[in-house]
Each structure stands twice: as C-alpha cells, then as structure tokens.
Ligand binder design. Sequence first.
Ligand SMILES: Cc1cc2nc3c(=O)[nH]c(=O)nc-3n(C[C@H](O)[C@H](O)[C@H](O)COP(=O)(O)O)c2cc1C
Length: 226
Amino acid sequence: MSSDVRPGEPAVSSIKMIRTLAGVAVISGFLIVLTVKATEARIETNKREALEAAVFAVLPGATTQATFELRDGAFVRVDSPTPGFDRVYAGYGPDGELVGVAIEAAGMGYAGTVRALYGYDPETQTVVGLQVLESLETPGLGDRIGKDPAFLANFEQLDVSLNEAGDALANPITLVKAGEKTEMWEVEGISGATISSTAVASMLDARSAEILPLVMRHLDELKEAR
Ligand SMILES: Cc1cc2nc3c(=O)[nH]c(=O)nc-3n(C[C@H](O)[C@H](O)[C@H](O)COP(=O)(O)O)c2cc1C
C-alpha cells in the first residue's frame, strides 16, 4: 500500500487543523449564543403573557390593564407587564373605570418559596382573587393552595381594610382551621397542609400591610392613568 505522506512531512498541517477547530468553535459558540438569546426572549414573552392572564384572573371585570412601578413613593406607569415586587398592575373595566389592583406576594412555604398574585378592590377594601404563580409545594397536599376551590374561595372577599390612619391593616389576615372562620379577614386553612396555607395568609398579610397604604394614597394616579 502506498502513502501520499513523504517521510518527515506531517500528515495534516497543524495550522490547518487549528484553523478548522477554531472555526468550528466560533460557529458553535455563535449558535449557542443565538439559541440562548432566542430562548430567553421566548421565556420572557411567556412570563409576560402568563402574568397578564393572571392579572385578569384575579381582577374579575377587568378588560384592560396597566403596569405601574413604584419609584420614590409614587406609581409611575411603565410599558411592560413584567413581574416584580416594585410593581402593581391596575385593571380597568369596559368604561375605563379602575376595577382593582393586582399585587404580587411571596413567602416561604413547606418546600420553598410560594409566589402569588392577588387582586385588591380599593372600593370595598377586599381581596377579590388569588392565583399561585410559583410553588414547590407537595402535589396533593401543599399544592392545593393553588387548586382547591374551597381554599381559593377565601380570596374572593377577604377584608384587608386599612385602619383609620390609613397606614396599616385594621385587622391582620389570620389563618384558622377549615370550618372555623368567623371574621372577614380570616383565611380557612387546608387540613394536612397547614404550613402551605399559613404561608399564603402570612404573605398576603405582610404584603398588604406594606403596599395597600401606598395604593390607597395614590389611587387617583392609578385611576387617571387609563
Ligand atoms: C412528604 C410530606 C410532604 C408534605 N408536604 C406538605 C406541604 O406541601 N404543605 C404542608 O403544609 N404540609 C405538608 N406536609 C405536612 C406537614 O408536615 C404537616 O404535617 C402539616 O402541614 C400539618 O398540617 P395539619 O395540622 O393540617 O395536619 C407534608 C408531609 C409529608 C410527610
């Protein structure tokens, strides 16, 4: 068998090999960056759409919405409805009237952080809807916070009215056992999932105490923005 390679001559030029490898590396890197960018954009769009749907779900009667960012103690309208603790989402009815404000809350559950969006009606000073956005709670137990109709009914008319000074909740949102609710600010827990239920009640209480005085103080800005 004969060979084209003469004695003393390298089978393939090292420079050629390095060039080819470098080319492949550059193209692969480029493709990876492209894929990551395309995926990131898709994930962002999905998040935004999910948030928009959640805002409508927790604010019955809302047909349009607007996002506001809290800047130096005032609400400033921003374009994109991305999730965030520095934001609230105002929902408007068909005639442009403010139906309510959707607010994000988060807290530690049984297995990790629970994130939820809840709707607040400033007219009646009640929570009017809740949707769990993210949870690692146990399927069949803690994850019922996002699915159990009886538990979710707690958040269809939950009293979160402010005190006379308007700087705190008149009554803290409190968890009670299923069937033991006597006050409008009480949340009936899920039996066997008390930790997850408590997490929801506590995060709503903390977040409401912090944000509702601001929402009420700036209600006119939220109403006029439509
Ligand atoms: C494997 C396993 C998973 C559990 N997951 C949850 C959960 O997601 N949320 C929760 O509140 N309790 C969960 N629990 C139950 C809690 O340990 C605790 O017993 C319960 O919250 C107490 O509620 P109860 O007083 O209504 O029985 C889990 C228990 C086990 C053994």
